[in-house]
Design a protein around this ligand. Sequence first.
Ligand SMILES: Cc1cc2nc3c(=O)[nH]c(=O)nc-3n(C[C@H](O)[C@H](O)[C@H](O)COP(=O)(O)OP(=O)(O)OC[C@H]3O[C@@H](n4cnc5c(N)ncnc54)[C@H](O)[C@@H]3O)c2cc1C
Length: 486
Amino acid sequence: MASTTVEATTIQSKDDDFVIYGPDCTVYNDTPGKPHVLIIGAGIAGLTLALLLHKAGVPFDIFEKSADSRTIGSALYLGPDLFSIFHQLGIAEEIIEQSKPCHSIDVYSENRERQFRIDFALLREMGGYEGRLIPRTVIYNILLSKVPPQNIHKPMRMLSMTQGENGVHIRFANGAEVEGDILVGADGAYSAVRQTLYERLKKDNILPASDAKDLPFSCVCLAGHSGTLNPEKFTELKDPQCHFYNTLGTDKPYSESSKLHNNFRTTDWGEGAVGSMCDEIRDYPIPGGDGTLTLADLIDGTPMSQMTKVMLEEKVFDTWYHCRTVLIGDAAHKIHPAGGQGALLGFHDAIALANWINVLPSKRVKHTEYIFKEYKKERYPFAKAAYNHGRNMSNVSDKDLKATITRFISKNMPHWLWKMFLTKISAQRPQAAFLPYVQDNGTVKAAYQHSLVKTTKMMKDQAAKTAAAAAAAAAQDGASNVVATV
Ligand SMILES: Cc1cc2nc3c(=O)[nH]c(=O)nc-3n(C[C@H](O)[C@H](O)[C@H](O)COP(=O)(O)OP(=O)(O)OC[C@H]3O[C@@H](n4cnc5c(N)ncnc54)[C@H](O)[C@@H]3O)c2cc1C
């Protein structure tokens, strides 16, 4: 049943002909072998999953609506919690070469006085790897370059899907149709996969009320990615360390956060009302250089096409899967960027899901739903925790009483409490069960990883069964030969 036809074909709109449980719900998909996985969205989560499935030998295709790389934001913090998987995927060296170490965030006032430092240098010894800052386009391109090009299809914008016992069927804006065994919605905050799935679940009265509500809007953000800056003016660029500054506005409508790093290239993630927002914030004082820098110095060094105004929403959805469809990354949880954990969740979701897909015992829906349930069980608590962390971090730059209290706590947090927090973060170093385990020298032991432990055991049990069957067959052969000889 699983087949892929990615050439654009002319078909007339026949939405009404599609029913949720597939063209023929009496047919069960019992074809042997690994499932064919269809991934919608070639962002960080989708590409990471694609790369993992490629390594696991699971057939997949990934569909992206944009013709070119489209990466949101400026730069990403990659903590020790990501380097085990980067080593497993063979991309750690490239990432290290193209990023800079980053160990703290300095919080400044509007008159360029440092208020306090959020210092996470301890993560290096706790997690065994140095935290690094990397331009989003660079990490995106590294992932993209490792996925076989014949498996990436773009521009292909998914419109709708139908699913059932006999497979999942997807329709694209260019008229193409594709069938597979599993559909992964890695298509970001406004996920078409999620919307199509939820519409159907709503009609069937099985969508939780919380999921029927829109993404709640929380703040506006202007993000950009400058051209090459003059290190004589932005003197921090000469430093091998990356400087991460956060400036709190007192009488300004916004707070500012800049990551000074000398490897920024282009980013292009959509049109926005950039111009007027730039005008509003040009005179905003920023730290660094000779002490007279303002945001105008950064804005003037940044092409308009590399800046975007974004409306940010926050929500952790309750429904992450149904039948043959599962959501990962921002499609399942949209987190406030102040916590810097959105992309991290996408990477970690992909690892857990890949571990489970690799051991899927059959293509029957009872089995796809079983592995999706296990995947959600592992990842949902982290999404919730990241959501809360993002909320708290966004408070650092807010202007109300709660924000003042949050800043006071951040400034005066006892060392033992901060260490406890860092210990918890550094312990999350998930790995793929089907790739050789990577030993690190972190002083904090890696935490229990549900999918790694369970699927490693399943693979071992399967290998033992196969070996026993082979031994039984060999013994049988031996017995037949003896009989034949006698
Ligand atoms: C301003 C800003 C700064 C941020 N900074 C950080 C940070 O420092 N650290 C961090 O960890 N996170 C950060 N984040 C969050 C991070 O960017 C996201 O959490 C992360 O990119 C989510 O990855 P994703 O792959 O799930 O989704 P996306 O990156 O949104 O990728 C989804 C992909 O799906 C494609 N797509 C969408 N619809 C369709 C369709 N119908 N058919 C086919 N393809 C489709 C899109 O074109 C896109 O390529 C930031 C976010 C913002 C907005």
